[in-house]
Design a protein around this ligand. Structure first.
Ligand SMILES: Nc1ncnc2c1ncn2[C@@H]1O[C@H](COP(=O)(O)OP(=O)(O)O)[C@@H](O)[C@H]1O
Ligand SMILES: [Mg+2]
Length: 549
């Protein structure tokens, strides 16, 4: 029992120990459990943190991944860029190589060119020196030439001056002589002229020959001043022998058949100019019918053939326009009349035949002349004047066909009156330009048979002769007057001279253009005309010029 009790005590002890041990273990377990809980909480926290970190890392990773991708793409691009650059560099390198090769060749070429150039430069310098020498020579020559030219010009100026002095001495009356060319109409047509034996004027040579035959022996010996005209005329002496005589005439200017309207006008233009300056000017065309009076005065329709009237009108308008800049204002008016059988007809009137009676009125105060009831038209342009003249002309030609070539049996007088004033200087002036196409100067044999036609013709002829010789007398007397001082001038001896009294007297300028036919058949008329004109011309010099034979 003891043993048992001992044993039970031992067992109890053992049990107590074990319970203690159990409590301790339980306690330990609780502790462990609490620890475990703490640990598991920690674990949980850690796990959450880890998950968060993992997510962050995942995000980072993705970002990095993207960046990496981008970077690798960039890298690829860079690589290809680099590749290209490399290629470029290598091609540049080869180009550079080629260029440097080229440069080498060019340098070589340049060197050779340089040597060539310096050789050429030397040649050029040499040429320059030669050129300078030549220039010097040329300059010397030029100076010599200029000096000679100057001397020649001085001589010419002196000659002109002397010529002008002679003209001044001669007063204000000039006489020109103009010979017209042979015209196709002068050549007789086969079967109707004297040359009936020639069937046709075919060749040019034949025509030239015929022209030569038709022509009078007229010569122009004065090649420099064109002032002389000579004529050979043959006549039969009392013994039946042919006698050749040479006549020589001098005028202020002689125009050969080839002379153009412009050349003739060149000599006249100063007159047109002076009527703008306030002078009275008369230009007459004298000569037998068909000698070229109307051609000279009116001329043809073209610019080259237009005559003195349109040219003078153009000139007057031009000069007036030029003087406008110097303060001058001009008014122009025109009249156009015809003197037939000592009666005045208005060529600008409304009717074909003028039935009005016109009278000539001189105003001694203003030295101007008016014709009563005459149409006076204000003129504003040369074109207007031309239209006016052509209408007057057509009226005249109508009258001509109706009245037996009346245009060549009457004097026509175109008058352009110019009044100018200068507001700046207070000056004023009045000039008058008269352009006269005279009646034919030919002597007409009127066999007076008692018929009314013959009577008219006789009257017509007498009045033409009278008026032409009155004109000659007046101009001659004017010339003498300028020599001797006061002298009676017979203006009243004809309508024409009476009409032009104020334009012929005083400080007026008068020009007579003597028109001549070149034909041998007209030679006697031509000689008569030349003598008439010489009378007019000589008197103005005072010393009669000899008509040598
Ligand atoms: N210098 C000339 N050049 C060319 N033809 C002219 C010349 N002079 C006159 N004629 C011509 O001669 C002809 C007669 O001339 P015209 O002027 O009518 O003479 P007039 O008026 O003296 O009777 C006209 O056909 C004219 O055209
Ligand atoms: Mg005529």
């Amino acid at each position: 029992m003891e043993e048992e009790r001992a044993k039970r005590i031992e067992l109890q002890e053992e049990q107590r120990a074990l319970s203690l041990q159990l409590v301790a273990s339980q306690e330990q377990e609780l502790n462990r459990r609490a620890e475990l809980n703490i640990v598991s909480d920690e674990m949980e926290n850690l796990r959450k943190k880890h998950a968060r970190e993992m997510a962050d890392l995942e995000f980072d990773l993705q970002k990095k991944d993207r960046l990496l991708r981008e970077a690798s793409e960039d890298l690829r691009a860079c690589r290809s860029d680099l590749e290209r650059e490399r290629e470029t560099v290598s091609s540049l390198k080869s180009a550079l190589n080629a260029q440097s090769n080229e440069r080498l060749t060019l340098t070589a070429e340049y060197r050779s060119f340089q040597t060539q150039f310096s050789a050429l430069q030397n040649q050029y310098d040499e040429l320059l020196r030669t050129h300078a020498d030549l220039k010097l020579d040329l300059e010397v020559e030029r100076r010599e030439k200029a000096q000679m030219k100057e001397e020649a010009m001085e001589n010419e100026a002196m000659r002109r001056k002397l010529h002008n002095m002679v003209q001044e001495l001669k007063g204000n009356i000039r006489v020109f002589c103009r010979v017209r060319p042979v015209l196709p109409s002068d050549i007789p047509q086969p079967n109707c002229g004297p040359r009936t034996n020639s069937p046709e004027h075919s060749s040019n040579e034949e025509l030239a020959l015929i022209r030569q035959e038709l022509k009078a022996d007229i010569n122009f010996p004065d090649r420099r001043d064109h002032r002389e005209i000579t004529i050979w005329s043959s006549s039969e002496s009392a013994t039946g022998q042919e006698r050749k005589e040479n006549y020589q005439f001098m005028f202020d200017k002689v125009f050969e058949p080839e002379c153009t309207q412009a050349e003739v006008f060149e000599e006249i233009s100063m007159l047109a100019q002076s009527c703008v300056d306030g002078y009275n000017v008369c230009i007459f065309a004298y000569g037998q019918t068909g000698s070229g009076k109307s051609f000279t005065m009116e001329g043809g329709a073209t610019d080259a053939t237009k005559g003195m009237i349109p040219r003078a009108v153009d000139q007057v308008f031009r000069v007036a326009e030029d003087l406008r800049s110097k303060g001058w204002e001009y008014q122009m008016e025109g009249q156009f009349l015809e003197i037939y059988n000592e009666t005045i007809n208005d060529l600008l009137g409304k009717h074909e035949f003028d039935k009005k009676k016109h009278e000539i009125k001189h105003d001694p105060k203003t030295s101007s002349t008016r014709v009563t009831d005459l149409t006076v038209i204000p003129l504003s342009s040369p074109t207007q004047v031309r239209v006016l003249l052509s209408s007057a002309q057509s009226r005249r030609s109508v009258a001509a066909t109706l009245m037996n070539e009346r245009s060549s049996r009457s004097h026509s007088v175109f008058t352009l009156r110019i009044t100018g004033s200068n507001a700046g200087t207070g000056e004023s002036c009045e000039g008058c330009l008269n352009l006269v196409d005279l009646a034919g100067s030919e002597r007409i044999n009127v066999s007076f048979g008692g018929g009314s036609n013959d009577k008219d013709r006789l009257k017509e002829t007498q009045s033409i002769n009278r008026s032409l010789s009155a004109l000659g007398d007046v101009i001659a007397a004017l010339g003498e007057k300028s020599e001797r001082g006061d002298k009676h001038i017979p203006y009243r001896n004809s309508k024409l001279t009476y009409l032009l009294q104020n334009s012929l007297s005083g400080n007026s300028k008068t020009l007579m253009v003597l028109n001549l036919s070149p034909l041998a058949s007209h030679l006697n008329e031509s000689l008569t005309s030349l003598r008439f004109a010489t009378k007019v011309n000589n008197t103005t010099l005072g010393t009669a010029k000899k008509q040598s034979r």
